[in-house]
Design a binder for this molecule. Structure first.
Ligand code: GDP
Ligand code: MN
Length: 355
């Protein structure tokens, strides 16, 4: 489950991590209430990154500018998501932006810190060479903080960074997080380090021990598992076995699967739209591989649902569809009408990506 920025920042703040001061959290009805202080930053609360580039983040300096900006902002759809809220925060005077995240390294079985000296909107395009990666545990905290201070070139902030990492680690563990990404971690003119943005993913499977989890996004059933927030290939399949085989086939080709999803027997327009929306929260996904065996579910009905779902979501990544079983021929004809090829095998569909 991905939290919205304002939800993630409330949690960070509970753990003693500095976040910008919240001025308001506006809904559609509240957009006429200009704040009493300026400058503020207006931030569209949609569950995706890259809002800055897509016009979802605006700094405003007075009430006139606020009124001109807020209305179009709350109506602005960003990659298929319309915000329910605009977060209004005291604008920071940013001196430098860094990247800091905690995630789970499944190979090492540890929580891992990943950091880069340059944060902000471009981090997605920067490649891994300059990343500092360290398994994070309390025993190593001091040396890791030193390495982080070196990376950021902030020699006098070792203790501040150690405190930050210690709070983050506690926050990560106590909330059953799968990812906490602070981008940017902002150094202000006053020398403070503040989490200017935060993306937080919590592990749905831990929902049973968190009655306090009340977020905009619902805890999903366990049929959707986020595998890698930077994955490039999303998967949709029916049946846990086929869903696993699909993820494995993607990984075997050296591609990075973003998720596991077993849609079960019910491939309705609503369920396909919901799956696509979930997938669109992964900013790096370039292809969605759909691998369905039509036994009880009929391929033409699945095809129809895919076509209708796609028409509702114009910015969808490219679809690679493999349907086989009951009514596969009808499905092929239907998809062809909408310029969607149907692949005869999963391998053939994946071939499309490599070529
Ligand atoms: P994202 O694009 O969805 O990751 O949204 P962010 O919250 O990270 O904002 C994108 C960029 O907007 C940041 O990297 C900053 O450069 C800028 N920004 C965000 N908040 C502030 C602020 O309070 N003051 C200033 N000056 N810039 C900000
Ligand atoms: Mn950001």
């Amino acid at each position: 489950m991905n939290l919205l920025e304002h939800e993630a920042k409330s949690i960070l703040s509970d753990y003693g991590i500095a976040v910008p001061r919240r001025v308001a959290l506006l809904t559609r009805d509240g957009v006429n209430d200009a704040p009493e202080e300026f400058p503020v930053v207006l931030k569209s609360q949609v569950p995706i990154g890259g809002r800055g580039k897509l016009g979802g983040i605006k700094v405003v300096h007075d009430a006139t500018e606020f009124h001109q900006t807020i209305e179009p902002l709350i109506q602005r759809e960003i990659r298929g998501f319309t915000p329910r809220h605009i977060l209004v925060e005291q604008a920071l005077e940013i001196e430098a932006e860094y990247y800091l995240s905690l995630t789970i390294n499944r190979e090492l079985g540890t929580i891992e810190m990943i950091a880069h000296r340059q944060g902000g909107v471009e981090i997605e395009e920067q490649v891994s060479d300059d990343l500092l990666r360290r398994p994070l545990d309390t025993v190593q905290l001091q040396s890791i903080s030193q390495a982080l201070a070196d990376l950021y070139d902030l020699p006098d902030k070792v203790f501040l960074l150690e405190d930050l990492l210690s709070c983050l680690l506690r926050c990560f563990m106590q909330n059953d997080a799968a990812l906490i990404e602070i981008n940017p971690l902002a150094l202000t003119h006053h020398g403070e380090l503040i989490a200017a943005d935060c993306k937080m993913t919590l592990d749905d499977a831990a929902a049973f021990r968190h009655p306090e989890w009340q977020f905009e996004e619902q805890v999903s059933d366990n049929n959707f598992v986020s595998l890698n927030p930077r994955g490039t290939i999303a998967t949709i399949a029916n049946g846990a076995g086929l869903a696993m085989a699909t993820v494995d086939a993607v990984a075997r080709r050296g591609l990075v699967p973003a998720n596991f999803l077993d849609i079960g027997g019910g491939a309705t327009v609503e369920s396909i739209v919901a799956s696509f929306r979930r997938i669109m929260e992964f900013s790096e996904v370039k292809y969605i591989v759909i691998n369905i065996f039509g036994g009880i579910v009929q391929c033409d009905q699945v095809a129809q649902a895919i076509v209708e779902a796609r028409s509702q979501l114009p910015d969808l990544p490219q679809l690679l569809i493999r349907l086989s079983g009951t009514n596969a021929e009808q499905a092929r004809r239907l998809l062809a009408k909408h310029e969607l090829p149907l692949y005869d095998s999963l391998e053939a569909a994946l071939e499309e990506i490599s070529s």
